[in-house]
Every structure is written in C-alpha cells, then in structure tokens.
Design a protein around this ligand. Structure first.
Ligand code: GLU
Length: 440
C-alpha cells in the first residue's frame, strides 16, 4: 500500500513552496487509495512552536488537504535513542568532538589544497582514552558512517541519480545537547512508518543519498524518491526571501480561493496545462508526477487571480448565501443581487463593495462638462419601483430631451449613479440601487 507523508517543521507557517510538497504527497496517496501522514518534524524544541502547528493544521484544512494521522517527532525521542543504539552497535554511529570553528578551519585547509571539503573522519580514529579526555572538556556528538560507494536511485522527477558517498560528509545525527537531527529522525520515521514514496524539494537530494544508507543500515526499505524543482519568482529570481509574503494565510487574506491555489500548484512545472479544477477529486484523478520537469519552476502569485475569479464567478447562489447574509444583504434580495454582481467580482470580498453601493449609493462621479446634463437627467428619473425596463425608459427619455446618445449618454449616467465607469449591466443594477443622487 502507498504511504506518503508531509513533514513540515513547525518553525513557521506554510508557504507556496511547502504547499507544493504537501499537495504532491497528498495526491499520490489519495490517487492510490493509500495513507497520507502529517508528520511534524519538531525535534528542534526552541524553534518549534504550537502556534505554527495550529497554523499548519488550519492552512491544510482550509485547502481541503486531509491527513489520515498525525505523527510528532517529539513524541518519538525514545525510539530515536533506540535506533541510535542499534546503529552504534552496528558501528555506523561514531562520536565526534570538533567545534564549528575547528571544522571550518579543516574545510579551509582542504579547499586550499584543492580537496573537497568533506569531513575527514578524525573522530573515527580516536582511542577510548582520547575520547574520555575530550568528553571531560565538552560533550561529543554523533555522525553516521557512510559507506563510501555510489548511492543510486531512479528519481520520480529527476530520473537516474548517482551520488558518490565519498563526496559527502558523514552527516551529524545527534547534537551534543542530545537533539536528534532531522536527517536521522526522518530516516527512522520513514522506515518505521513504511513510507513508500517521498516527494520533496530538490534541496533535499543530498539528504536523500544519506537517508537511503541510514534506512538500509536500520534494516528498512528506502522509499521511492522524487524531488521537485525549486520555485522561483516570475523573473527566475530566488523565491526564498519572498516566501514569507507567500504564506498561505497571506494568500487567504487576499481572498485567494483554495481551489485556485490547488489547481495551480498541482500543475505548475508539469507538462499538463494549468486550469481551474472543479474539485479535489478531479485533481487527484489527473495527477501524474511523471509530467513534472526538473527545471526551476516560475511562480507568479498573480496567476492565482484569474483562477480565483473564475472560481468565485462560477459559484452557485447557495454557496454564497451565508456570506451575503453575513454582510447584511436581506434574504429576499440576495439571489438577485448575486446574479447581478457576480460577473464583476475577482474575490468574494468584492461583494462587500457592491453591497455598499446598492445599500448606500455612491459619491457621484460627474465631469464638469457633464454637470448640467446629469442634473437634467436625474430630474427625469422615473418613479420607483424600478424594474428591468427602467434604465432603457429613462435613458430613452433623457436622449430625447438632450440629444445625447451612445457613450456620451450612458457613461455619465452610470458614473452619476455608481461613482464608477464599470460594473454590471445598468439595466440590471439600477433596480437594485436603494439610493441614487437626488433621491436622498
Ligand atoms: N522537515 C523537513 C523540511 O521541512 C522535511 C523534509 C522531508 O520531506 O523529508 O524540510
């Protein structure tokens, strides 16, 4: 059975980059009827915050990305200790003592000599007495002893990958203060939880190489891996600095609709066209990881606007009735109001402005050269109630009286009544307007 996971570190809110990872793993699990685990990589106690955990859960719920169960790494520390013991016994964990400064010096020396800056494994050759002496000064920390051979896998997006383990430093697994690091905890979890597929960003390719060896050393079976390309801004610029402003909660506050966001992220960077999906089921059905390319993927938040617009404009009245009631549209008028204005909204929040216009009227927009004309026309407004014919009857009468026609006739009247030069058909909007200039 397919088992995937989304493994955010709760040290911040989810942004579009993480969403891509979450969505792909979710879609793979759902498409195959498998299990999707939400795993919180929260072994960094200082930086992990409950506030972010709550935020991640809310954001995923908002999107409709449902998980089958939650796992927290902080609840599995005992298991990591056990796995560490196992790897110590197998000779795959070794204790080291270098400070960051010492490591930095070693790297500089290696680079000066034209050698790759790979950890030299000095710790591996320390005698027990040397270790005791070092421990008396400072606590040691633990590295995983890589097998120095090529690590190969067929990546679901990048194709065949081959990494020479000799070109990678033995990864640090447990810090001197006992904190279990992500690479180790993640390998233990992926192995214990029977994860079959891992999709994550291309920045994890080297981690994958080492994690494959760690999982194998633990006696587990490495999952299939796929690494999606990193997102860049519209001009190809790095997005990392801007990701803060591309958090899902910011997009939600701007009125971006979940289906718009999901539709874009499920296709962006693939050979399939981006189009608004009707449902999550449709996205699940159409998802195919093999259609994604390895090249950096351009992300433009503006692309979410037309998708959101298309989504909201296609909503049935029933879907917006609650929201309309919430902004004070009386039930009796709500459906008509929706039908008239929906073609002129980009996000649902735009309904507020249209309702304010209908309820309160607008500050008329009248060009100086139209003042006399508008005053004359307003004096000719037909008596209420207004119906679908009112606009054409009124404008016909104004035309006959003033000789104006076409745009010169209609536009000043639209501006006078709505304060804008665009909007719904005036014949439809006019009967809804509760206040117009000259009528109090
Ligand atoms: N916590 C890691 C991250 O957010 C998870 C990466 C992975 O999927 O293994 O980068």
């Amino acid at each position: 059975m397919t088992v995937t996971r989304f493994a955010p570190s709760p040290t911040g809110y989810i942004h579009v980059g993480n969403l891509r990872t979450a969505l792909m793993n979710f879609l793979i699990a759902r498409k195959s009827g498998g299990t999707f685990i939400l795993r919180l990589d929260d072994t960094d106690q200082e930086r992990s915050k409950q506030e972010y955990i709550d935020g991640i859960l809310q954001d995923l719920e908002w999107l409709g990305i449902t998980w089958d169960r939650i796992e927290r790494q902080s609840a599995r520390l005992g298991r990591y200790e056990e796995a560490a013991e196992d790897l110590r016994a197998k000779g795959r964990f070794y204790e080291v003592f270098e400070t960051p400064l010492e490591l930095d010096l070693k790297r500089k020396k290696q680079l000066n000599m034209g050698k790759p800056p790979v950890y030299d494994r000095s710790g591996l050759h320390l005698s027990d007495a040397e270790k005791d002496a070092l421990r008396a000064e400072k606590p040691g920390y633990w590295r995983f002893l890589l097998d120095q051979e090529r690590i190969e896998w067929v990546d679901g997006i990048l194709g065949p990958i081959s990494i020479d383990a000799a070109s990678v430093s033995d990864p640090v697994m447990i810090k001197a203060d006992g904190q279990v690091l992500y690479t180790f905890a993640s390998s233990v979890d992926d192995s214990d939880m029977g994860i079959t597929h891992v999709v994550r960003g291309a920045d994890h390719v080297t981690n994958t190489a080492t994690q494959i060896q760690i999982i194998q050393a633990l006696g587990g079976k490495a999952p299939s891996f796929a690494h999606h390309s990193l997102l860049t801004g519209p001009q190809g610029e790095a997005l990392s600095k801007r990701l803060g402003t591309l958090s899902l909660r910011d997009l939600r506050a701007q009125g971006i609709e979940p289906m718009a966001l999901l539709s874009l992220m499920a296709r962006l960077g693939s050979s399939q066209p981006v189009e608004l999906a009707g449902s999550i089921e449709e996205l699940i059905e159409g998802f195919d990881i093999s259609t994604f390319g390895a090249a950096p993927t351009k992300f433009d938040a503006d692309d979410l606007k037309p998708l959101t617009r298309a989504y909201v404009q296609a909503l049935p009245f029933a879907a917006v009735a609650g929201r309309l009631a919430g902004i004070g549209v009386p039930e009796a008028q709500a459906e008509r109001f929706w039908e008239v204005v929906k073609g002129n909204i980009g996000v649902l929040g735009d309904l507020d402005g249209w309702w304010a216009l209908v309820r309160d009227g607008a500050e008329p927009m009248v060009a100086p050269e139209d003042e006399a004309f508008v005053a004359e026309a307003l004096a000719m407004l037909p008596p209420r109630p207004w119906g679908p014919e009112s606009w054409s009857e009124w404008t016909a009468a104004v035309k006959a009286a003033t000789g104006r026609k076409g745009r010169g006739l209609f536009m000043p009247l639209r501006r006078a009544l709505t304060g804008m030069d665009h909007g719904p058909e005036m014949a439809e909007l006019m009967p809804l307007l509760q206040k117009v200039p000259g009528q109090g």
